[in-house]
Write a protein that binds this ligand. Structure first.
Ligand SMILES: C[S@@+](CC[C@H](N)C(=O)[O-])C[C@H]1O[C@@H](n2cnc3c(N)ncnc32)[C@H](O)[C@@H]1O
Length: 221
């Protein structure tokens, strides 16, 4: 039974997953133009020092890292996405290391990173609490997590119920994306300390992925 499931999951990755990676930038283009790119820029302007991104995808954030970033490590577990990421990095002329790894198991030493960044990924990781514990492990004391994620609606119960109802089909279409994750509550329950939080809306996106949360969480120290 579990062999069948992993065969199905490999077939899904090899077909729709690969296609999803190929069309990802086009799927997001309208949202990026309508304000998402500006949000990314504002968030990532705060990155500094040794910086590690989780689930870097096709590399849409690469252009936004400021000069204060002294070393950039871009992690991404899905090879078809990592391929686009390497191409984006090469074209940018920016020094960055691409590492194929999931957010739950980062191949870096404890307390070695100044800034972790994550955008539109915590909806997709298999183990959200494990990912946040891993972020806490790799950050130096006082190091920061900069995040921008779409989340379960905090204030519109009708929309929140719709996000719950559509979780399964959306997860299939969105290559693992859960539209109803309460990511802010998960950060609050993690070892990190939530310091800044801004709520917003993803422009030109399907209604169930519109509620956005952006902010900063800090490792105690
Ligand atoms: C919606 S895309 C976001 C890409 C990019 N971060 C952005 O802001 O556009 C989600 C990304 O998370 C990656 N991903 C899926 N599972 C992951 C995991 N366990 N750890 C880290 N990244 C993961 C996917 O391969 C994909 O690149």
């Amino acid at each position: 039974m579990s062999d069948n499931r992993s065969m199905l999951s490999r077939a899904y990755d090899a077909t729709w997953g690969r296609m999803f990676a190929a069309i990802y930038d086009r799927m997001l283009a309208a949202s990026e133009e309508a304000g998402l790119r500006e949000r990314r820029g504002r968030l990532l302007a705060e990155a500094s020092g040794r910086t590690l991104e989780l689930g870097a995808g096709t590399g849409v954030n690469v252009e936004h890292y400021p000069g204060a970033v002294t070393e950039l490590i871009l992690t991404e577990p899905f090879e078809p996405m990592a391929k686009h990421l390497r191409e984006r990095v090469a074209a940018s002329g920016r020094e960055a290391r691409v590492v194929v790894a999931p957010a739950e198991h980062l191949p870096v030493e404890d307390a070695s990173i100044d800034t972790v960044t994550v955008t539109l990924v915590l909806c997709t990781v298999d183990d959200l609490a494990g990912t946040l514990a891993e972020v806490d492990r790799v950050l130096k004391p006082g190091g920061r997590l900069l995040f921008m994620e779409h989340v379960r609606s905090p204030d519109d119960e009708r929309l929140a119920r719709k996000q719950d109802r559509l979780e399964r089909p959306w997860r299939f279409v969105g290559h693992g994306c859960r539209p109803n994750r309460d990511t802010v509550a998960a950060i609050e329950a993690s070892p990190l300390e939530l310091r800044e939080l801004e709520r917003g809306r993803t422009p030109k996106a399907p209604e169930i992925t519109k509620p956005l949360a952006q902010g900063v969480a800090v490792k105690a120290g």
